[in-house]
Design a protein around this ligand. Structure first.
Ligand code: NAD
Length: 334
């Protein structure tokens, strides 16, 4: 991910890349071979007065130590997700950023994914009515990556890796008022950390989010499925448009039953075009570099950071509650 940030900052219209630092000599050499300045030590980087902003893209258990060092050196800091691994650790990071008067936030870049943006637009427009629930799934079939993501000590596991994105998106759609969390974890290819999970989040409003990550799914289920009181929205794949079926008339004069091997059903028969509208909505426009543009505007005092400290707290707390729920088999009240 450090490579991703480097590339984005090389092409940025708001920041100029001063350089990178990696503890691995070969990563620093790779940067230099591409004409990018590599600092020899972290201290050298933090001592460079030209640097306003440091992006931390290292394994999850190291974010706190690096971010705090950067804040204490007077830098503003973006931490990669998940911001850190415990609430105490997050509070320490927030408190140092406040003491130093520096911006501190987390890189929730999947707020720019167009599949999520389409669902949020449908939710916010009210076109399918009050939302009953949203289901958000990511399915792959390659297990968990065989690096530090498979190790508990480094903050591995799919809840921390993909879960944080999907939880953040679901809360951006439904609001941040979480009531309870229930979670089951998979351990199909890895006993140490979850290699997939099924998570229920109940909101104070009564709306529900179901978030699922699978790494042993050779057939993927739809990316998003959302029910409202006036219709249903679905996105089959994150490259696809959102499909909507919206109820025009609740009552039907005649229902053609579906015939199954065991008999007829009218209750479960599909509706016809007299009572529902079926349509797709165009994919929203999105530019993920707006994340960095927002940080630049925040540093200039012209905006506030997109990912707030309270949102960072709630996202992380949901993950910690999910891990506790998976361990105890019980629902955890937020
Ligand atoms: N937002 C996203 O879409 C996204 C995608 C992938 C990864 N990430 C996040 O980015 C972070 C890094 O993930 P990755 O996939 O790039 O991991 P990686 O293992 O590919 O790269 C991590 C790099 O950090 C270096 N490193 C480790 N400890 C260091 C230290 N103390 N100081 C300096 N460098 C150090 C390693 O040498 C390595 O080059 C993680 O927090 C991960 O969750 C975010």
């Amino acid at each position: 991910m450090g490579g991703w940030h480097t590339q984005h900052l090389l092409n940025s219209d708001v920041f100029e890349l001063a350089g990178i630092y990696d503890i691995k000599e070969e990563r620093r050499a790779l940067a230099q071979s591409r004409g990018i300045h590599a600092y020899a030590t972290r201290e050298e980087l933090l001592a460079d007065p030209r640097i306003e902003l440091v992006t931390v893209a290292t394994p999850n258990d190291s974010h706190e130590e690096i971010a705090v060092a950067a804040l204490l050196a007077g830098k503003n800091v973006i931490s990669e997700k998940p911001v850190t691994l415990s609430m105490d650790s997050l509070e320490r990071m927030i408190s140092v950023s406040k003491q130093c008067g520096r911006v501190f936030t987390v890189h929730q870049n999947r707020r720019f994914d167009v599949d999520y943006l389409a669902m949020k637009k449908i939710h916010d427009s009210g076109e399918i009515g009050e939302i009953i629930n949203i289901e958000s799934r990511i399915h792959g079939s390659r297990g968990i990556p065989s690096d530090w993501r498979g190790e508990k000590a480094h903050g591995g596991g799919m809840l921390y890796d993909w879960g944080i994105h999907l939880i953040d998106q679901a809360l951006m759609v439904l609001g941040w008022d979480v009531k309870s969390v229930n979670c089951r974890c998979d351990h199909i290819t890895n006993n140490e950390v979850d290699d997939g999970f099924q998570l229920d989040i109940v909101m104070q409003s009564g709306a529900r989010a179901y978030v699922e990550v699978g790494t042993y799914n050779f057939i993927a289920m739809p990316r998003f499925y959302m029910r409202g009181k006036k219709g249903t929205a679905m996105i089959t794949d994150w490259r696809e448009e959102a499909q909507i079926v919206r109820c025009k008339h609740w009552h039907e004069s005649e229902v053609v039953p579906v015939e199954t091997a065991a008999g007829l059903t009218k209750t479960m028969a599909p509706r016809d075009s007299i009572t529902v509208d079926t349509y797709t909505i165009p994919r929203p426009q999105s530019d993920v570099h707006d994340y960095y543009r927002n940080i630049a505007a925040t540093l200039d005092g012209k905006a506030t950071q997109l990912v707030t400290h309270d949102q960072m707290r709630t996202d992380l707390r949901v993950i910690l509650c999910a891990l506790r729920s998976a361990e105890t088999g019980e629902t955890v009240m937020f």
